[in-house]
Every structure is written in C-alpha cells, then in structure tokens.
Design a protein around this ligand. Sequence first.
Ligand SMILES: NC(=O)C1=CN([C@@H]2O[C@H](COP(=O)(O)OP(=O)(O)OC[C@H]3O[C@@H](n4cnc5c(N)ncnc54)[C@H](O)[C@@H]3O)[C@@H](O)[C@H]2O)[C@@H](O)CC1
Ligand SMILES: Nc1ncnc2c1ncn2[C@@H]1O[C@H](COP(=O)(O)OP(=O)(O)O)[C@@H](O)[C@H]1O
Ligand SMILES: [K+]
Length: 573
Amino acid sequence: MEQAWFAEGHDSFGLMKQAAWQMAQHIEQLYEQKYLKARASADHKVYRRNACQQRASIWVGKGNNGGDGWLIAYYLQQAGWEVKVIAVGYAAEDLDTDYQVEIANKVDKHDVLSDAKQAQQIALSAKVNYQRFEDSGTNQSELKGINWQADIYIDALFGIGLDRAPEGVYEQAISAFNKVTQSNDALAIAVDIPSGLVASTGQVFERIAIQADVTLCLIARKFGLHTKDGMDYSGSVIDIPLIPTQSSNSAATLVTVAHALNARRQNSYKGSYGHVLVIGGNRIDGSQGMGGAAILSANSVMATGAGKITVACHDAFHGALLTSLPDAMTIDLHDKEGVKTLIKDASVVTIGMGLGRDKKAQALFISYVQAAITEKKPLVIDADGLYHLASLQMSREHPHKHELIAQLRQHSMDHQVCLTPHSGEAARLLDKKINIVEDDRLTAIKQCANTYGGDWVLKGAGSLVLEQRILEQKGSQAHIYVCGVGNAGMATAGMGDVLSGVIAGLLAQKDLEDEARCLHQSVLLHALAGDALVNDTDYYQHNSSLLIGQRGLQAQDMPVAIRHVMQLITNKN
Ligand SMILES: NC(=O)C1=CN([C@@H]2O[C@H](COP(=O)(O)OP(=O)(O)OC[C@H]3O[C@@H](n4cnc5c(N)ncnc54)[C@H](O)[C@@H]3O)[C@@H](O)[C@H]2O)[C@@H](O)CC1
Ligand SMILES: Nc1ncnc2c1ncn2[C@@H]1O[C@H](COP(=O)(O)OP(=O)(O)O)[C@@H](O)[C@H]1O
Ligand SMILES: [K+]
C-alpha cells in the first residue's frame, strides 16, 4: 500500500514525518490518560511523577521504524518533553553529528539520504539527547543510563522489516526494554508493531518481543497483531491510517461485530428454522467414549434457534443426551440405513464430533458424507471427521481416497461445506508439522482450501476464516477474515464442538440473510458468546448471572451466552 502511494509521486520522507507527528499527538493523549487522570485519584506516586516534565525514552533501531522513533523524539522535544533516545545497533560514528554532516555533504546529488538517516539528522541537529545501548554496559543489572525513569517508553526498534530472530544486542535491548518498563510501571508504546513480532504471521521468535501496552499501527492493521502471539504482545491497537488505502489490497478482513439478525416472522413454525442432524458421539470397544462432544454440539445448535435436531450417536449416550437436551430426537449412530434416511430429511448435516478414529468409524464417515453429498446437503465437518479426511488424503491405496475428496470439492462448489480444524488438525490435513502451520496460519488455511475445497476455520486465538465466493465468470474467489474477539478462557475441551453446533444451527435457519448464516458470522457469534462470559463491558449489557471469568469457563456454559448474544444482535422492530 505504501509502495503504491509512493508510485503516485508522494514523498516517502513526507510520510514518515506525518507518521511521527501523528504518533507524537497520540503519545501526548496517552500520557494524559494515564497520568493526568490519576491526579483526581489518590495515587500520589503517579501524581508526583506527573508534577515534573513529561519524559519519554525512545528506543530506535536502524531501519525506518527507528526513523519514526528519531522523529517522535524530535517532535516530543519540540512540545516540551524531556526525551532520551536509546540507539540500538549503531556504531559510534553513526551518531557522530560532525561525521554524519560530512557524509551527507558527500552524498551524490542524485543519491538521496535514506529516510531513517534524514530523521536521525533532524533529531541530532535539534540536540536530542541520545545514548548507544551498547554503551550501557553488558551487566544487565546495571543498565547504565537505560534505567533512566521515563513516563513513556517507545519501541521503535523494528517494524514490518523484521525478517529474523532478534539476536545479540537486539535480544538484549528487547529484554532490557521490557524489564525497565515493567519495573517503572510506565507505558510501553510500540511504533507500528511490537518489535520481535512478525507482522505477516503473528509469530514471535523464542518469546523475544516487546511487551507493549499500546501499539500505534501505521497505514493498515497488520495481520500479525491479531493471530497467534499478536494479541499477547500488542496491547490495545490504535490505527493511524495516514493514507487512503483500498481494502481490496488487504490480506484479510478483521471482524469484531456480528451481522444483525432479523426478527422471526410471527407466521412461522419449527420447519421454518431447519432440521440439523448431528453425527458423532461414539463409544469404541468398551471405552468411556465421547458422547459429550455430540451433546455439546447439539445444545449449541438449539441455542442458535434451529427448529429441530436429531443426534445420531452411540445408543449408550441417548439417555445422557436426552437428560441434557430433551428437545433432541435420537438415532443409533451405527444404524446406517436409518441415519441415511435422516440425512434426506435434514437441512444441515454436521459430522465428526467424537465420531471415533477406528476403521469402523471411518467407514461410517465415508458413507454418511457420501449420502449428504448425494442428497445435496450443507455439511459441517469437525474433529474426527477431519481426521478421517486427512487419512484418506494421505493413504495411497484407500479405494475411496480420490472419490470422496473429489466429490467433496465438487459438492462445495454449489453447497456450503464448512471444515473447522485447529492447528493440529490442519497440520494433519496438510501432512505438515504443527509448527509449520502455526508459523504461518494464513498460508495454512489457503492450502487447506486449495486441497479440499469448501469454507474453512483455522481455530485458535484470532481464528481465521476462509470463505469461497462462487463468481459467475471467474470461478471462485477466497476471502479471509480474522476474528478479533474471543478469549483464552475458551481454550478448554469441547469449545470446538460448540462451534460446530453454532455453524450448523445458523446454516439451518434459511429465514436469516446470507450474511447472518455465513461461516465468519458463526465464528464471531461463538467468540462473542465466550467474551460475554468473561467481560462486563456495556456491549454485553452486562448480565451478572452470565459472568464466569476465563479460568473455569466450560463449553457447557456456552449455550446460555450464545442465546444472550443472539438476542443482543437481533433487530428489534
Ligand atoms: N517512509 C517510509 O518508508 C515509512 C516507513 N514507516 C516505518 O518503517 C517501518 C519499516 O521500515 P523498514 O522496512 O526499514 O524495516 P524496520 O525498521 O522494521 O527494520 C529493518 C532493518 O532491520 C533489519 N533486521 C530485520 N530483522 C532483524 C533482526 N532480527 N536483527 C537485526 N536486524 C534485523 C533488516 O534487515 C532491515 O535492515 C514501518 O514498520 C514503519 O514503522 C513509516 O514511517 C511510514 C513511512
Ligand atoms: N486463546 C483463545 N482465544 C480465542 N479463542 C480460543 C482460544 N482458545 C480456543 N479458542 C476457541 O475455542 C475453540 C476450541 O476448539 P477445539 O480446539 O476444537 O476444542 P475441542 O476439540 O476440545 O472442542 C475454537 O473455536 C477456538 O478458536
Ligand atoms: K516497533
């Protein structure tokens, strides 16, 4: 986006000045929020600090992110702040003003001084106070000069140019920065992205990254701020758009707000809201089995408002299912003909939750998926269903390999097929190691869709959703969403089963608009329900009986929260 802007003739150094100027304004506001508001409170320590001149410690690297840092130092100094730049990775002569002027004069007229160098020169000419990190001594407990107590610490070490793990002096600087901000209880503000976090993937190498309270994100949201490690390091994110950008250029769309649901028509009946068939909950050879997976999924189907549900699970679980959900009809998972007849009647089939992984379960999976394809039904495939799909893909000799996967691909061109792996399941589907998937989740979800067709969720913090849009002329086009809500309380067993139920439940309700039934809407609803259980902000119109907190949140708590969120987003007319 930046390059397109420069290609239109806009000046790159001008953009850097704009960026730094706007960031300086935000820094002043953030300072006010943290310290001036505290005046009114009884926090004397904070109040005393505020009685002095505002102080910023700005840590700069040698790229353009560092250039932003030098200019922020310059602007804050102009605004009356006491500033100190900590330069990391600079040789002594890089900072020698006379030597730098000499170099600048020698630069050929056709050459231009880099933006970062120009920024540094502006700051040095204005006598901005600085120090080389390397001169602070190697003894980390001393950290001469670096321990200088500031109100705000600014991380301008690396931005989107980080292309390897920070080592040596950079690793030391990142850990010193984190230590100093924590011990001073000061605000840590990252320029563009916390240094150490990879903007395109959300990866952090060996936990070496700046721990920011606030990230001032330039031009466009970085994908890496919202998936994998991103949310743990970036704090709250403030956008500084700077230039007009086109969303069609973006890698993904961040979604946090669910599409509104229309109210139900008075003149309707259970058949108007679909019939979901849940296939799962097996018990294999005397084991305790996985009935709960199907029960959790079924409860969530009904919490979204689907009209009818049948659960095909092992008959050992029928009693437990009916105790938890008397609304359900049941059938034995192994009654092949009976289940196939039900598939004909269903509006959506969701399969795999606790289905089992043995050969018998695999045969059931193949037979039921083929029946759903023959009957032209929307399909949700989760958990052990994904396991079987991966086995078929990997197996060289399985007679159904090519058939089933090819049929599924074909089916997904005209009917909704949703597949919902977490990283471990995606790794198996792609025959890759989990860390390869985790290190680049965006690539992984695209590869899943290319291999198997259909719409995909790659679950986890910042779940990714890939939806294929069928275009009249050009075939299909994939669009990717990043779910910007949800919380770590949802990292418990059964949460995925709940998601499969939400997806199937919404798909079944044909009275809803397409936008309200699509996969990213389901992922959002599920995550918002998780947040409603831990978050008491106004958005959730806080209902204290709902609050649980992250630790101890269980999948079985979700249906009531799903109903609450459904009601919050329903148009009242
Ligand atoms: N005029 C411009 O081009 C603008 C640039 N902007 C800033 O520029 C940033 C990107 O700047 P750059 O592309 O220079 O990239 P960075 O400033 O992120 O750093 C790039 C330099 O660090 C090196 N590097 C990467 N990983 C390293 C590691 N682990 N250890 C040591 N060195 C490493 C790279 O080889 C490169 O030389 C953005 O994030 C943004 O902050 C903004 O000011 C907007 C305008
Ligand atoms: N840290 C987290 N932040 C947001 N969502 C999470 C987090 N951990 C788990 N979730 C969500 O909870 C669900 C867990 O699914 P899954 O791993 O399949 O659980 P299970 O297999 O036990 O049902 C997914 O939708 C996932 O996105
Ligand atoms: K940074």
